[in-house]
Design a protein around this ligand. Sequence first.
Ligand code: PLP
Length: 400
Amino acid sequence: TQKLANRVTSIRVSPSVAAAQKVRDLKAQGREILNLTVGEPDFDTPEDIKQAGIQAITEGDTKYTAVNGTEELRKGVQHDFSTRLGIDCGLDQICVGGGAKQILFVAMMATVEEDTEVIVPAPYWVSYPDMVIANGGTPVIVECGEDVGFKLTPEALEAAITPKTRWVILNSPSNPTGTAYNGDELRALAAVVKRHPHVLVMCDEIYDRIWYANFKTESILGVAPDLAEQALVVNGVSKSYAMTGWRIGYAVGPKFLIDAINKLQSQMSSCPSSISQAAAAAALLGPQKAVGKTVEVYKERRDRAYALINEIDGLSCTLPDGAFYLYPSCAGVIGKTTPEGDTIENDLDFVLYLLEQAGVASVHGGAYGLEPYFRISTATSMEVIEAACAKIAEAVANLS
Ligand code: PLP
C-alpha cells in the first residue's frame, strides 16, 4: 500500500475551508444559505492594480524573477513598512512569497523541527498549529480569554516560554476576534521576547490596513526596533487590496532568517508569479484611496453586526479593532434545547443548529481553539448580514 508522510496525516484540512465546502454542498442541494464563513474581501481588486498586472503581461514581464522577489516589489514593501509603520530595513531583509500563508509556512520550515515548541495564543488563526505540526514541532496553545481581551499578556507569554521555545506567534488584528494590540502592549511583549534571545516572534499583520480602532496601527518592529534580530513581520496584499487570488505575501526579518526562507523558496517555487508581483508593487506604491473606502464599508458592517448580535439574548460580542470578523460568545445558549429536542452541548452544535434551522453558515469557536464562540465574517453585503442576524435571533429565540 502507498504511504503518506506523518506531516500530512497529522494535520487537518483547514476548518474554514471545510465550512465553506459545506455551504457549497447545501447550496447545490437547493438550500438558500446566508454565508458568514467568508475569509476574503467581497470587493474586486482596484482597477489600477489590475492594469499593472495586464501591463506586465503585455510588456513581457512574464519570466522568473529573483527568488526573493523583484526589486520593485521589495521597494514597495520597504516604502510601506517605513512610511506607515516606522520600520526601517534593507532590501535584503525582505522576502516575497506566494501569499502570507506560504511565508509563514516556509519560516516555520526553516526553523521548526522535532523538539521545538511554538507558542500559539488562542483563539488562533486555524492554520498556525497545523503549520507547526506539519514541520515536526509542537504547538503550545495559550488560552487568551475574553477577560484579557483575547490577547496574550506578557505574564502568560513569560510563563509559556521554555528552553525549547522557538517562536511565539502574534496576529494583530486577529482572525477570528478582530482584536489588535496597541503600542504599549506590543512593547511589553517585545520586552519579554528580548529577555529570551532564543525566542523569535512571528507577527502576522495581514489585516493591519483593515483597522477601526481609535489607537494607531502599530507593528511590533515599529515600536520595538531593538527586536530586529528576533522578529519576523509578515504581511501581504490579499486582504488590504482585495487580491487574495494574486497570491503575494511578504515579510521583513533578520537576515539569517530571510536568507533561510529564500534558500527554501529557491528549491520550492523559484519565485512568486512575476505578473502578481508587478500588480502588488503597484498596489503598495500607488494611490491608497481604495483601501480607505473599503475600510469605511467594513466599519459600517462591523458596527451593524456588533449591534444586532448584542441585541440577541444569549449571545454577546466584543467590538473588533480590525479585520472583518466578529467572534461572539454563545455561552448563553449552551445547555438549551432545540425545537427537535436536541441539546446544544457546545459551539459546534450551535453552529450546526444555525446552519440547519436558520440557513446561516458560520464557523465554530472550537476550530480556533477557544469555546464557546463562533466566528462570523462581515466580508459580505449589509443585506446578508442583516438577514443572517435576524435568522440567528429567531433561531436563538426558539431554543428553550
Ligand atoms: N494570516 C491570517 C491571519 C489570515 O486570516 C490569512 C487568510 O485568511 C492569511 C494569513 C493568509 O493570507 P494570504 O492570502 O496572504 O496567504
